[in-house]
Ligand binder design. Structure first.
Ligand code: CO
Length: 604
């Protein structure tokens, strides 16, 4: 009888499908898989949180709350876990305490038993509110340390060393954590480092320790074994069909490895083979997301740049939208510089997106010429304390900016904003977290707007694949590539693009090929307007709001509109002074790069 049995958390329904399928798995399929796992005595299943909330409302027209409720009904005896981004909950900005409390309360009520709470800066102050809220719901509080390395120095760096992790672990235990998670989101910790780290933490802590890693670089499965040797209490794995690559290591080989050992999890291999068979039968629906994808091989470059899988596909997507894929290498070089300017934060959501997007802006528009609202708030300390001081030159650029950044709006505001649609607390929270896409979703949910075809269930995958094939053929026939070019298969909103990056290309050559920009005709008056008197959008996205009204007098540099692009909000400044004559868009409108955001009249 093993006395030190290893406990297993299965991540298939959240992190694995987030890592490999861009969080696009439908609730109906999740339910089918969950049904095959109801009798497996797992320590827990991670089924919610992370990108689930954003993805279901933004891309799938599915209610995330309904999903959680359904999973709970099928798995009443399995502890369900969610990933919570501290103050940012399941979003990308810091929400106020009232929203944090209400969200955690409702999540607990709907089915979450274990809250895995992390802060991208490992800042304990940031975690306090969420920790308190979880405790007051009498749920399991798992506090998380995000693993990072200063400059690929492992545990020997000046910031992220043994002392740093031991100190954080002690603080988290004192804050009331019921367990501690080491979260290696990029899959970069080495087997011997995790052995050292877990061994040391086991001596210091009385609470159980869980290890979460990814297979991205190939280190994941190796580190898992050394963590188990160091007596880690719980590990994260997933079903083999969605394992490896940027996802978790698989459960099946681990069970065989540990069979009859002191750490034998005592789970039945056949149960997992059965569940994996079900998963396998469902995956062809998502074939266009998984096969040929960039994530289908091990990516050892992550050992250098530390960029987690999700952030990488975001980068490509953002560069593509900006017609600047030829700048990919520049951006990959800029990321460590931007991270250094920001005080070496761990690259994990939302900071990874913020740093990545800022690096893209820095390359395309010039360093810190456009600073996203999120980065401004970060610099102003609203995301907490970075591990090292922020570059003072960058701080000055934000301090010189008089614009007062708005805090996240509270619960009462959300209640008022959707009062005519719904008064249900779950809907109110959906809106409070994502005012733009949340509102769009609620309008669809209540039948006010139709669900667009591309958000409906997959119907004709084969046709889509043929179209993708055609796209590839057309492209390769029309380009003469230099030997330095590299080809990537990438997915943007469920669509496959084969992208060839040729550093010798001029931007114009690249732009004409397969870029789809629908230039929205605004009105005829525009064609008569002097080019110099229009403010154009430098990026595609959603217009969040205007910061000026028609008739306002503005100065050069005044911010005109906020555009949400790649989950970041960017204020667009005026290039000259004048009077606002017209503002052609409404908040919530989709805009393309080059669309006219405002027309200015010169002073009389
Ligand atoms: Co993860």
């Amino acid at each position: 009888m093993p006395k030190n049995s290893l406990k297993i958390t299965d991540t298939t329904l959240r992190d694995a499908q987030q890592s490999l399928l861009a969080t696009r798995m439908r609730t109906e399929d999740i339910i089918e898989i969950a049904k095959t796992m109801e009798n497996i005595p797992l320590y827990s299943m991670e089924v919610w949180g992370g990108a689930t909330f954003d993805s279901t409302t933004r891309f799938l027209a599915e209610d995330p709350w309904e999903r959680l409720k359904s999973i709970k009904e099928i798995l009443p005896n399995t502890p369900l876990m969610m990933l919570l981004r501290g103050k940012s909950l399941v979003g990308y900005k810091a929400y106020d305490d009232e929203v944090i409390n209400a969200f955690i309360k409702e999540s607990a009520k709907t089915g979450i038993d274990i809250f895995r709470v992390f802060d991208a800066l490992n800042d304990e102050e940031n975690l306090q509110q969420a920790a308190k809220a979880v405790k007051s719901e009498n749920k399991h509080l798992q506090m998380t340390i995000c693993y990072s390395s200063t400059e690929n120095t492992g545990l020997d760096g000046p910031i992220y060393n043994m002392g740093y992790f031991e100190n954080k672990a002690k603080i988290f235990q004192e804050m009331g954590a019921d367990s501690l998670c080491i979260k290696d989101m990029a899959g970069i910790i080495t087997p011997y480092d995790i052995f050292k780290l877990i061994s040391s933490l086991k001596n210091i802590l009385t609470i159980p320790i869980q290890f979460h890693t990814h297979s991205t670089s190939g280190l994941g499965p190796l580190s898992l074994i050394k963590a188990i040797e160091a007596n880690v209490d719980i590990v994260d794995t997933c079903l083999s069909p969605l394992s490896l690559r940027t996802s978790q290591p698989p459960i099946e080989p681990l069970l065989i490895t540990l069979k009859n050992s002191e750490r034998d999890p005592e789970l039945n291999l056949d149960d997992f083979i059965n569940a994996s068979a079900k998963l396998k039968s469902i995956l062809p629906k998502y074939a266009d997301l998984i096969s040929n994808s960039n994530e289908s091989i091990l990516d050892s470059t992550v050992l250098k740049h530390q960029i987690p899988g999700g952030m990488y596909s975001n980068l490509i997507s953002q560069l593509k939208e900006a017609d600047a894929l030829d700048k990919l290498d520049e951006v990959l070089n800029e990321i460590p510089n931007t991270r250094k300017d920001m005080g070496y934060p761990p690259l994990v959501t939302p900071i990874s997106q913020m740093v990545g997007s800022q690096a893209v802006s820095n390359v395309i528009f010039g360093r810190y010429k456009i600073i996203s609202e999120q980065i401004q708030n970060y610099i102003l300390g609203k995301y907490g304390k970075p591990p090292m001081p922020i570059n003072p030159e960058v701080i000055d650029m934000v301090a010189n900016d008089n614009e007062q950044n708005e805090d996240s709006e509270g619960l009462a505001h959300a209640q008022n904003s959707i009062a005519e649609i719904s008064q249900n607390i779950q809907d109110v929270l959906t809106y409070a977290l994502f005012p733009n896409t949340g509102m769009k979703f609620l309008r669809m949910k209540y039948g006010i707007d139709n669900i667009p075809d591309n958000m409906k269930l997959y119907k004709s995958i084969p046709t889509q694949n043929i179209e993708h094939q055609k796209k590839k053929e057309n492209k390769s026939n029309t380009q003469n590539l230099s030997p330095n070019s590299k080809t990537y298969n990438i997915y943007i909103d469920n669509e496959l693009f084969e992208v060839t990056v040729d550093p010798t290309f001029k931007k114009d050559d690249l732009a004409t090929n397969d870029r789809v920009i629908e230039t929205t005709p605004i009105n005829t008056e525009l064609s008569n307007t002097d080019e110099n008197n229009v403010i154009k959008s430098p990026m595609p996205g959603i217009i969040t709001n205007y910061l000026v009204n028609e008739g306002d007098t503005i100065n050069r540099g005044d911010k005109i509109a906020v555009i949400e692009a790649m989950k970041m909000e960017n204020s667009i400044p005026a290039h000259k002074e004048g009077i606002i004559k017209s503002l052609p868009f409404q908040p919530g409108d989709l805009i393309s790069r080059g669309d006219i955001l405002a027309i200015i009249e010169d002073h009389a």
